[in-house]
Design a protein around this ligand. Structure first.
Ligand SMILES: *[C@@H]1O[C@H](CO)[C@@H](O)[C@H](O)[C@H]1NC(C)=O
Ligand SMILES: *[C@@H]1O[C@H](CO)[C@@H](O)[C@H](O)[C@H]1NC(C)=O
Ligand SMILES: *[C@@H]1O[C@H](CO)[C@@H](O)[C@H](O)[C@H]1NC(C)=O
Ligand SMILES: *[C@@H]1O[C@H](CO)[C@@H](O)[C@H](O)[C@H]1NC(C)=O
Ligand SMILES: *[C@@H]1O[C@H](CO)[C@@H](O)[C@H](O)[C@H]1NC(C)=O
Ligand SMILES: *[C@@H]1O[C@H](CO)[C@@H](O)[C@H](O)[C@H]1NC(C)=O
Length: 347
């Protein structure tokens, strides 16, 4: 009798646990119960509260060790990691929310902001609780690259993430989610352009201390705002060969954020690179910073020019979709962008 009673209790208990588990699985991303953090299910559907106690060494190690699973070995939908490197607020987030609407299972967001910043996104926002543990960054210093690697490493912990794009608070999207998603997921290359600038702002910044890892003929420059696949992301995060050299010898007027990743990837993974950027920027106004567009710059004609009047290579073929993202847009541009997005960007 007693045995039967125990059996019954056990049965009820396991049914209960089962229901709880199911509920947990459906309670979406907002639980921080990390029981078996090495299991496969955990990697596919990893912690959603992004705060952890790992320092950079542990984080980079862990994220580069996670299996580089490709293709259909496990049933999962590949996701795009949108990584925001910001000071604090995201003034253009209403535009982004529109873009993300209805695609929750196909993207993840990661935000690295200055450590003291406390965001106030509502529960309904795509940006809610997407902050990663952050540290102070200074323009032109290696700390900026540290932040980028931290974003990549956090995003790599979710093995569903296949593509990784770095964005700032002044970036906007030029296409709808479906177009962006298919374009990136199906691309054979990572969007990064290590170019050979022979002038004082290129080769002029090379330091012989970088030898033997980097000689001057392999010294490259590139935009900080990259888009990479998983293989390139892991390459960046696991690097211990170039990092100490750049940290020591690339000091202003050498800027790590313009040289470290482009040079390293040009040496290590050249055939994976598209040799073009996916983020539009306007340098025509000269100076050391690109143009920032304000509210009254935003017209039909201006945006159409960025969207349509291009031609470039994609998976070996010529395409007219060259840019998916654009910068730099001031907060004052938001209203015009929201108004024009449905007809020009399809979202
Ligand atoms: C819920 O997730 C757990 C692991 O977190 C898994 O063992 C279990 O099978 C899942 N249940 C359902 C119904 O998917
Ligand atoms: C799993 O999580 C526990 C505590 O949450 C931590 O101590 C342990 O190091 C983690 N294991 C791995 C492999 O990350
Ligand atoms: C992280 O912690 C490990 C072990 O405690 C230590 O060896 C390592 O130097 C730390 N790394 C950083 C960047 O603080
Ligand atoms: C997304 O944009 C493309 C044009 O770039 C359009 O053909 C397509 O219908 C749009 N999809 C949705 C779901 O709006
Ligand atoms: C420069 O560096 C590249 C990559 O490490 C190497 O293949 C090449 O042989 C080097 N060239 C010289 C002249 O040292
Ligand atoms: C980009 O350039 C590298 C070397 O300069 C080359 O190996 C690679 O194939 C190029 N990528 C494309 C898409 O042409």
């Amino acid at each position: 009798m007693k045995i039967l009673y125990f059996l019954l209790c056990f049965l009820l208990l396991s049914v209960g646990v089962r229901i709880l588990q199911t509920r947990r699985n459906f309670s979406n991303n907002n639980n921080n119960e990390e029981k078996d953090n090495t299991s496969l299910s955990n990697m596919i559907n990893p912690m959603s509260i992004l705060l952890h106690q790992m320092n950079d060494t542990q984080l980079f190690w862990k994220s580069s060790f996670i299996p580089r699973i490709k293709g259909n070995q496990i049933h999962r939908m590949p996701k795009i990691a949108f990584m925001f490197l910001t000071q604090g607020p995201l003034p253009l987030h209403p535009l982004w929310e529109k873009f993300f609407e209805g695609h929750r299972s196909l993207y993840s967001i990661y935000i690295h902001s200055l450590p003291g910043y406390v965001p106030d996104f509502p529960l309904s926002s795509s940006f809610y609780q997407r902050q990663i543990p952050s540290q102070v960054t200074k323009w032109g210093e290696i700390s900026l690259c540290d932040a980028e690697r931290r974003l990549l490493a956090n995003a790599l912990l979710d093995i569903s993430n296949e593509r990784f794009v770095l964005l700032s608070e002044s970036c906007i999207l030029l296409r709808n989610f479906t177009t962006v998603y298919n374009y990136l997921i199906e691309s054979r290359h990572s969007f990064l352009y290590p170019y050979n600038d022979q002038g004082p702002d290129g080769r002029g910044r090379y330091h012989p201390g970088l030898l033997p890892e980097v000689n001057i003929s392999y010294w490259r420059k590139g935009s900080q705002w990259f888009e990479v696949n998983r293989e390139v992301a892991i390459e960046i995060v696991k690097d211990t060969k170039y990092y100490p050299k750049f940290e020591k010898f690339c000091k202003p007027r050498c800027y790590n954020d313009e040289h470290y990743f482009p040079t390293m990837l040009y040496i290590e993974k050249p055939n994976l690179l598209a040799n073009r950027s996916i983020t539009y920027v306007d340098w025509s106004r000269r100076g050391s910073h690109p143009a920032t567009f304000e509210g009254n710059d935003i017209t039909d004609v201006f945006l159409k020019k960025i969207i349509d009047e291009q031609s470039c290579e994609y998976n070996g073929k010529t395409t007219h979709i060259c840019f998916l993202f654009a910068r730099k847009f001031a907060p004052s541009s938001l209203d015009s962008l929201l108004r024009l997005a449905p007809q020009l960007f399809w979202y």
